[in-house]
Design a protein around this ligand. Structure first.
Ligand code: UD1
Length: 316
């Protein structure tokens, strides 16, 4: 029986895809993760239903046998974070570019049905026009943005040159339960959630007018499952966002409102490599993949905050 592979399956997004696959009735799900940023606890209640393999995508020989013959590989393993790629570019280059190449090479040689790749909205950089459409020329502003873009190009080349089915999904600032708030490189909403639950001020880099198309993780899971099935999409790139845009000031205001507190944010200097505004045009994903995001920002934030509260990620 052919199987599904989720690289980075112990991570925040990867583990949500694993759950989505199991919900759909997938028979065999192989998780590849080196546990650098992923955690086995993210897979706690599904541990008995999956095949967990501690392996590193930087090592072709470790991952090739696990990938061989898979129906679909969801390639989520990465070292995320724009500032992390600026502070420490070597590991993020090796994982995000060399690792992606290894996954694609193993998929091609192992006759995999399709690779669905986690690309990033950071590839757009600062465009003159919003929302951002897949036909716009990429303008990466950081090593991370460039690395993720190279992965997209490799997906396209493996599709065009070698006939491997690939689809790249440009995620727009995904948030939700299990996003790890413990590092300074963590996604901003996870840091905001921790701050509000601990009744502390968050730091906002810049004036707080920066905006993002924050996307709830379950919407991204649905997009992945649809991208795994859609026909006539090989080699293509699709936006995975909500089609809206929320400023950091608005996000922090909402959390204060939900919690019934007033805690002014601390403002710091703007961050190097930061994109000012981000908003997805989802027309192509809706049309070709049947994408239908369901979670408003308000709903997603409430669900996420409840999860952090239950998990005790922030304690007053
Ligand atoms: C970028 C990508 C996103 C990708 C992510 C992976 C863009 C538009 N988005 O996210 O698709 O998934 O990398 O890491 O490039 N901020 C604060 N205070 C903090 C932390 C962050 O104000 O404590 C600000 C940042 O300066 C930025 C915004 O919040 O303006 C979002 O930052 P972050 O969550 O790190 O994600 P991006 O860099 O936008």
């Amino acid at each position: 029986m052919s199987h599904y592979v989720v690289t980075g399956g112990a991570g925040f997004i990867g583990s949500a895809i694993v759950r989505g696959l199991l919900r759909e009735g997938a028979g065999r799900v192989v998780v590849i993760d080196n546990l650098l940023t992923g955690r086995e606890s993210n897979l706690e209640e599904v541990r008995g239903a999956i095949d967990f393999q501690r392996a590193d995508i930087r090592c072709y020989d470790e991952i090739a046998p696990l990938i061989r013959g898979a129906a679909v590989v969801f390639h989520e393993a990465a070292i995320p974070s724009v500032p992390r790629s600026i502070d420490d570019p070597v590991p993020s280059h090796e994982v995000n570019i060399d690792g992606t190449f290894n996954v694609l090479r193993a998929a091609r040689e192992g006759k995999v049905g399709r690779v669905v790749y986690a690309a990033s909205s950071s590839a757009y950089g600062d465009t003159e026009v919003l929302p951002k459409v897949e036909t716009m020329a990429p303008q990466p502003k950081s090593p991370y943005a460039l690395q993720k873009l190279v992965g997209e190009y490799y997906c396209n080349i493996f599709s065009e040159v070698y006939g491997l089915e690939t689809v790249a999904l440009r995620y727009f600032n995904v948030y939700g339960p299990r996003q790890d708030p413990s590092s300074p490189y963590s996604g901003v909403l996870s840091l905001f959630m921790k701050a509000v639950l601990e009744r502390r001020s968050p730091t906002i880099f810049g004036d707080g007018g920066h905006s993002r198309d924050f996307t709830y993780v379950d919407d991204v899971v649905e997009l992945n499952l649809k991208a795994a099935r859609a026909t006539g999409v090989s080699g293509k790139v699709y936006n995975g966002g909500n089609g809206g845009r929320i400023t950091l000031n608005q996000a922090w205001a909402l959390l204060q409102k939900i919690e019934g507190v007033e805690i002014p944010a601390v403002y710091g200097p703007p961050r190097a490599g930061d994109v000012r505004d981000s908003e997805a045009d989802t027309t192509a994903a809706v049309r070709d993949l049947g994408y239908a995001p369901r979670f408003s920002f308000d709903d997603g934030m409430r669900l996420t905050l409840e999860w952090y509260r239950r998990e005790g990620k922030g304690r007053p």
